[in-house]
Design a protein around this ligand. Structure first.
Ligand code: TMO
Length: 355
């Protein structure tokens, strides 16, 4: 809305200037800033304000950002789906158009590098740190901002499993009772129910690196994880599955993350690091991981105002947990949850727009 008003005012100004210049082609350039010369150059020719200078200046202030839609990925967990439409809703309020693109949550970093996606507002260190950093190191993706939220993504069990497997949350205690997690599918190995394959590549490597008697079975969707947890909880069937925080889970189930050997970056890359000198991944995921916003290098170049707004966006643990709960507990559609979040937090995000 704001932008429409701004555009109208600028259009008026351009019409006046164009009339003065005797050139009525200029109004077509509103919203399209590819041709504007830097203002300093225009001014350096002559101290006096010429009509040409005025036109250049009007263009500078009128049309810095591209009018193309800003492409935001949609992934396969609830806080992200809600947050994507929150980010999009804020940008729309500021006058930009957005497009939502269902995306694989690992491949998206390559897509940003290729200039096909503008931003990822939930870069979780545990799941995506490696894929993200690879593109940041290339220079085509920017490590743009770090949210207030602190994240953890890890093997997790509901509290009743503690009685069935003494010594939890220690990973060696878990491994010692692997057989109680065995199913027809996993034979004499314990079954670890992992997330969809695009979230994490490291579980099977960890089982190997730590020599665990477990087999990783990947759920097809987040909904499968929660359905299995729900079903297991009814009769207290042993279960260990992938979970994370912030999430809706902590408001609904008691339970804990498994404590693996503490994460260090080298654990993922240096076989000699850790208790297994021959293999990587002999450690847990980061226990206090970051949540970042990553953007394609092209984004602040093409949409500088929008990028400045995105940079000010800052999500906390309670915000993300509530976005997830709106969908997974209250059964709302992500767009409905996003609309409600925007209505309830207007002064916060208006501040992100105005700076
Ligand atoms: C990226 N995730 C929060 C699903 O672990």
């Amino acid at each position: 809305m704001n932008r429409m008003k701004v555009t109208a005012v600028v259009l008026m100004a351009l019409v006046l200037i164009a009339a003065a210049c005797g050139n009525d082609d200029n109004s077509s350039e509103v919203g399209n800033n590819t041709t504007t010369a830097p203002q300093t150059e225009a001014m350096s020719e002559d101290d006096a304000m010429t009509d040409d200078d005025a036109m250049a200046e009007a263009d500078d202030t009128a049309a810095v950002d591209s009018s193309d839609p800003i492409r935001i990925p949609l992934h396969n967990w609830s806080s992200q789906l809600v947050g994507a439409e929150v980010v999009g809703g804020i940008l729309e309020d500021a006058g930009f158009s957005v497009e939502y693109v269902p995306s694989d949550s690992q491949v998206v970093y390559q897509s940003m590098c290729d200039g096909d996606i503008e931003l990822v507002h939930e870069v979780w260190e545990g799941a995506f740190g490696v894929a993200f950093q690879e593109q940041v190191d290339k220079g085509c993706v920017l490590d743009f901002s770090t949210h207030n939220a602190v994240t953890r993504e890890e093997w997790w069990y509901p509290a009743y499993v503690e009685d069935q497997c003494p010594g939890l949350p220690d990973w060696e205690a878990l491994n010692a009772c692997a057989s109680i997690f065995a199913t027809a599918e996993t034979g004499d190995k314990g079954r670890f129910l992992g997330g969809p394959v695009d979230w994490l590549k490291g579980d099977a490597e960890r089982v190997e690196g730590l020599g665990m008697d477990f087999e990783v079975v990947n759920a097809g969707s987040a909904a499968t994880l929660w359905a299995e947890l729900d079903a297991a909880s009814v009769d207290e069937t042993p279960i260990v599955l992938f979970n994370w925080t912030p999430n809706f889970i902590e408001a609904v189930y008691e339970g804990d993350f498994i404590e693996f050997p503490l994460f260090e970056d080298a654990c993922r890359t240096d076989p000699e690091w850790g208790i297994n000198a021959e293999l990587t991944h002999d450690c847990g995921n980061p226990a206090d991981g970051y949540l970042k916003t990553g953007v394609g290098e092209h984004f602040p170049e093409t949409w500088p105002t929008a990028a400045a707004i995105v940079k000010r966006m800052d999500f906390t643990n309670p915000m993300l947990a509530a976005m997830a709960a709106a969908v997974d507990v209250d059964g709302k559609e992500p767009s409905e949850a996003a609309t409600e979040w925007l209505a309830a937090n207007e002064s916060l995000w208006k501040g992100w727009i105005s700076g």
